[in-house]
Design a protein around this ligand. Structure first.
Ligand SMILES: Nc1ncnc2c1ncn2[C@@H]1O[C@H](COP(=O)(O)OP(=O)(O)O)[C@@H](O)[C@H]1O
Ligand SMILES: [Mg+2]
Length: 200
């Protein structure tokens, strides 16, 4: 089910509008890059889409009962658990048996370039591997809407490239993915673009 927004605008007290007149029609299986410089309101827009922030103007319609997933810029995992454990857990939580859950998880790890790290514990993963793992785990949870905030902000160029490459693995699934970024390569890895500069 799509997520739609009409006439969205937001300003924090005593500050100018960050954006105004933003209409969105977000479709499953597509990956949207929210772009704009630091301070332009990207994280605020994600918060509005999640329902955490009430917009100053306009409305958002989300699928009833659909859950929202988040991936933040600092990857947080469970240090002593393996990559495979991290991605299996959302399947196990939905009642899938461990053996089958691990099969599903291995397919996702492959998609995110982590098959060879399946049995590595989280604390041994590089920054890029950890970020890709959290993207894979978020996809495994099959949220209706997945919000990703600056997935490459803390990473060097080579590591960012590996994360950007794996963003492609998120499109084409049943989830709406919205990625806030000021990284042009991250933007290019998404199927659609929402430029906040167009809504001043
Ligand atoms: N809760 C808040 N109260 C007041 N101002 C805020 C709040 N959250 C963010 N801002 C301000 O709103 C602007 C946009 O912030 P943000 O959405 O985080 O931008 P971005 O994610 O594009 O860097 C910034 O100037 C920030 O300081
Ligand atoms: Mg931000």
């Amino acid at each position: 089910m799509p997520v739609t927004a009409s006439g969205l605008g937001h300003q924090f007290p005593e500050q100018p509008f960050l954006f105004r007149g933003l209409d969105l029609d977000l479709a499953e299986g597509r990956t949207y890059a929210v772009i704009g410089p630091s301070g332009s309101g990207k994280s605020t827009l994600l918060g509005i889409l999640a329902g955490w922030i009430t917009p100053t103007e306009g409305t958002v319609e989300r699928p009833a009962g659909g859950d929202v997933g988040w991936v933040f810029q600092n990857p947080h995992g469970v240090y002593q658990r393996t990559a495979l454990d991290h991605v299996s857990l959302p399947f196990i939580a939905r009642g899938i048996r461990r053996g089958d859950a691990e099969q599903h998880a291995l397919v996702l790890l492959e998609d995110f370039g982590l098959a060879h790290r399946a049995h590595a514990v989280f604390s041994k993963l590089s920054g890029g591997e950890a970020q890709r793992l959290l993207l894979a785990r978020a996809v495994a949870a099959e949220p209706a809407l997945l919000l990703v905030d600056e997935p490459t902000a803390q990473l060097d160029a080579a590591t960012s490239m590996s994360v950007n490459a794996s963003l492609g693995a998120m499109a084409g699934r049943g989830t709406i993915v919205v990625v806030a970024t000021h990284d042009p390569d991250t933007r290019d890895a998404c199927t659609d673009h929402i430029s906040l500069a167009d809504y001043q």
